[in-house]
Every structure is written in C-alpha cells, then in structure tokens.
Ligand binder design. Structure first.
Ligand code: SF4
Length: 557
C-alpha cells in the first residue's frame, strides 16, 4: 500500500547543490528578474535546491583547478563578490615518476595547460555559490536526500525525500518522519558522479548511450612549513605509484606557501576492481618529490570521490520527460584536462536558459526541454569534450600506448587508433554475464604499514574527513543475503579476492572468517564516494541514500 506522505509543489526542483545546479539556480533567477523588470507578465516560479550534505559544500571534493570561463559568463564580477580563490596557476610541471626518480616533461602542451586557471577548494567554492543563490532568493534545503523519483504519467513529476527516524532493524523510532513528496514541473538532477537518483531514473527512461565509466579520486589537504612551494604552483605526475598497464595519475596544487592539495586518480571498474586508491595516495606521498614538500607538515583534511570519465560518447541525453541533467550526472568531465567544474557550470547555464524558456512559454514538455541538447552541441563545452573524446580510451592498452596516442591527439584532436566500446556493468547494477577479467584481477595489493606521520590508515584518514552518520539507521549499502552467500563469500573470493576490502577508501567492507565467514559492513564510515558501486564486479552492491546530513563534512577539499 502506498504510504501517506506530505506533498509540496514547486515549479523547479534542483537535486544536488554542486557547482552545476547552483550556477543554474543563480542564472535562472537572474534571467527571471531581468524579464520581470520590464514585463507586464512577471514570472514568479517556486524554485528550490535540495542537498544531502549537512551544510552547503559538505559533500564537494575535487583537486581543484577551475577554468574560469563559465564562471566569467555567469558571475563576471566574481572576484569583487568575494569568490574564494586560493591562487591563480603560476607554475606548472608535468613529471614522469619512477619510485625514487623524477623526470620533468620539457613543456606543457596547450591542451593540458592550466594557464589562468584558478586553484580553489571545491567545498568552499560550493558554499560561496550557495550563498549567492540564497541572496538571489533561492530556497536551499540541506540535510535532505532524494531517495526515489516520483513518476506520473510517464514523466518525472518530482522526487521523494528519504524517511527519517527508522532504526537499523527497519522499525520506526520516536520522531519518525516519512519522506516528503516534492512535486515539480521540471527536476534538474546534478548529483555528481554516479548519483543514486540518476541511476533510478535511467532504469525508467532508457538513454540509449554507452554506459558510463569512472575513476576513483582520493585527496588530502596539507599544512606545510613555508619555503617549499609558492602559491599557484601546480604539479601533475604519471608513472609511480601506478604500474605501466594501469591508468592513473597524481597532483599537487599549492593553495598558498603553507597549504597544498594532493591527490591520486586511480583507474578501476568492474573488470579491474583490484585496486586500492587510498593506498596509491599513501605511496605517492613517499616519493622524494612529495616527501620533501610534505616533511614536517600536517594533514588537515582527507576525502574521496569517483569521477565520471566516459567523455562525450558516454553522455546520456541532457533532458528527458520532466527532467534535465547537469554536471557529472550528465558526464561533464574532460579527462584530458582532468577538469569538469567549468563544464558542470556551463551545463548549469544551459539548463537555466532552457528552464527560462519553458517558464516563459508555460511549456514543460520533453519537446521544449530538448532544446538544451541543441544549446549544448553549439557551445564551447561540447567542442572541448568532443576534441578530448578519445583521450581516456587511449590508455586502455597501457601507459606507453596511451602516451603515444595522447601525443598524436595533440596534432589530431580526437584521434583514436582503436574503437573501444564501454560496456561494463558500472551504471546498470546488473550482473554482467560477459564480464572479462583484465590483468588487474590478478593484481596484488602491496603490504603497507602507515607511519601516522606522512602516511595514514583508512581509519585514521576518516578522522580528517568530517564523516558522520546517525548510527541507528538501516544500512544504506544494500546487498541481498543470497548474493552475500553465493557471490561475496564464494565466487568473488575465488575470482577477485574480495576487492571491496581494498577499493573502498573508508574501510566499510570487511570479510571476516571467524566464527563463520561473513561480510561485515561499517556504513557509518561511508564517504559517499561511490567507488564500491562502480567497481563491484558483479553489480550486487546498491548504494542508497542514508538519512540526510550523513556523510563527509568537507571544509577545504
Ligand atoms: Fe565509497 Fe562508501 Fe562505497 Fe566505501 S562504502 S566505496 S566510502 S561509497
């Protein structure tokens, strides 16, 4: 029986308060105000933004280098308005690393260059955008997660928020609140990489595109003694700690002479799940290039997040019945530049202009929303993504083959020597009968003991992530008991050695053998990074939203 729930109606709901949706909300509100200033028929739509983090920016994590192109379009006076820019890129080096040695690449090609990019903390930047949106009159509700789509007459007609006050056994606690039904004419989904609402939506509305692919990013922010770096210094590395047959890279960005962001991007997926992204970052810090910079420093924040990397070929349509997709929900990441914030913001601008047009004509049909696709395909964002469309695929055959192709792509943008189909279960949650293990299935995770000075265990890193959840609630990582018995404890143990114990950067998954073999979960540790869902080789893990407000609490990530 359908549960009785309170229902609220809006014209537009934005799900997710990241740079894409906040840009969209700000731009839309400004378009409306401009229209109303000289129109006899003013528009007064009800617009709201919801986010599952406990404050604006709490779940936002990235390197981050921001190409200011879209920011200049929507907020040209961003500097005067106090945009939290840590530094402007001043020096840039790309290094090839061996375990003890480093080799600088003699020049930084134009397509990789970060000249004029801004170094930002994405969580601080997101909090600033949220403040701008609220000043424009947008209602923002944090602590609110979208748990399910509300589909009516074949279109997305709103969302259902998570229920609050259910104990770990599924019983209602005092103060129980059922989820709200938030109805809308258009829902704009900008949940970031591998959003749980986006997944549910794609099960209802087939998108007909290649399945998405992902990488896993793990990041730390460090306070260091002065004299090691200058503000705006940027280092990108490839090689160590990755083997030559694995895609991966690392970075250091200097926010200031005493604050740096460091991180690693590790390739993993259902066919290559034997990987430990947290360990890769710990090993990276031991390389002399990093060790000398970090010596006597202190880690101030740690976190993790997946990154969509399928490029333009894996992008779903940006619209559907009753909805638009923005940011990483639409796959807006350029892997060649390791950047997506500017593309996410551009997708927000496009969404805002599409919504404004729909409001003006009081027409929220799929046909009307479809115009966003045309706007995207004639934008610089599409040109940029299209030119980089085969960059990530080039590394599917290993580092050296990838470097040759990436080099050729400098002269022939988009060149691909091999047609690669992305056909992994990553976005489907369906077991893939044709799953073919690649070399990483036999990879061995090296033994490693953290020194608690420069390198840290996963449990220790969690202290610096601000993660917290209501303990007494149902486990938000759903695995059917029969899948645990037959797949986790049998098939996966034999075929992959239970890689969930390694790839989760928060030590959520633990296979115990005593008193009987079992999968023990620690969901309160979860950083909402989604690595488990995208790397699970059998598609048996389903990530669902915990109570709103749970998850990491990033402040400078
Ligand atoms: Fe990330 Fe949470 Fe999954 Fe661990 S359990 S991989 S922290 S989403």
């Amino acid at each position: 029986m359908e549960q009785e729930r309170e229902s609220l109606e809006f014209d537009i709901i934005f799900v997710g308060a990241g740079p894409a949706n906040l840009t969209a909300a700000i731009h839309l509100q400004r378009l409306i105000k401009r229209h109303n200033a000289h129109s006899a028929n003013p528009l007064e739509p009800s617009i709201t933004v919801i986010d599952k983090g406990r404050y604006a920016g709490a779940h936002l994590l990235s390197g981050a280098l921001l190409d200011p192109r879209a920011l200049e379009e929507v907020l040209p006076d961003y500097r005067e308005q106090g945009c939290p820019i840590e530094a402007t890129v001043s020096h840039e080096t790309i290094w090839f690393l061996q375990s003890k040695r480093k080799f600088p690449i003699p020049f930084v090609p134009e397509t990789f260059s970060n000249k004029n990019s801004l170094i930002v903390s994405l969580s601080r930047f997101g909090a600033w955008l949220a403040e701008k949106a609220e000043k424009e009159g947008i209602q923002l509700f944090d602590n609110t997660a979208a748990s399910a789509p509300f589909i009516e007459n074949g279109r997305l007609a709103g969302i259902i928020t998570e229920e609050k006050g259910v104990d770990k056994n599924g019983h209602q606690k005092p103060g129980y609140e059922p989820g709200l039904l938030l109805k809308s004419k258009v829902t704009v989904i900008g949940e970031g990489s591998d959003g749980s609402l986006t997944r549910q939506l794609f099960r209802h509305f087939a998108t007909g595109r290649s399945l998405q692919r992902y990488e896993s990013g793990v990041k730390e922010t460090w306070r260091i003694p002065e004299g090691r770096v200058i503000a705006g210094e940027v280092h990108h590395t490839f090689g160590f700690p990755f083997e030559a047959d694995v895609y991966g890279g690392a970075w250091l960005y200097a926010f200031s002479p005493t604050l740096v962001s460091i991180g690693c991007i590790s390739s993993l997926g259902p066919d290559s799940p034997v990987c430990d992204p947290h360990l890769n970052l710990q090993r990276f810090k031991l390389h002399p290039l990093m060790a000398n910079i970090l010596k006597s420093g202190t880690m101030v924040e740690a976190g993790a997040r997946t990154i969509t990397s399928g490029g333009v070929d894996a992008m779903p349509p940006l619209y559907g019945p009753g909805y638009l997709l923005t940011g990483e929900s639409a796959g807006m990441v350029n892997m060649q530049r390791h950047k997506g914030i500017h593309l996410a913001m551009k997708s927000g601008i496009i969404a805002a202009e599409t919504l404004f047009d729909a409001l003006l004509h009081e027409d929220f049909s799929t046909e009307r929303l479809k115009s966003c696709e045309e706007k995207f395909r004639t934008s610089w964002a599409y040109d940029e993504l299209h030119a980089a469309r085969n960059y990530r695929k080039a590394f599917d055959n290993g580092l050296y083959a990838g470097l040759i192709q990436a080099g050729l792509q400098l002269s022939f943008p988009g060149l691909s020597m091999k047609k690669t189909h992305i056909n992994l279960p990553g976005f489907s949650s369906l077991p893939n009968p044709g799953l073919k293990k690649n070399k990483s299935a036999d990879a061995v995770i090296p033994e490693f003991r953290a020194d608690d000075i420069r390198t840290f265990s996963k449990e220790r890193s969690l202290f610096n992530s601000g993660v917290m959840h209501e303990e007494n609630q149902p486990c938000h990582l759903r695995i059917k008991p029969e899948d645990i018995a037959e797949i986790c404890l049998k098939k996966c143990t034999i075929e992959f050695g239970n890689p969930c114990q390694h790839f989760c950067p928060a030590a959520v998954y633990d296979i115990i053998t005593e008193p009987v073999p079992a999968l023990k979960l620690n969901p309160s540790n979860c950083l909402h990074c989604k690595t488990c869902e995208v790397a699970d080789p059998y598609g048996v893990i389903m990530w669902t939203v915990p109570e709103g407000g749970g998850g990491p609490g990033y402040k400078v990530s």
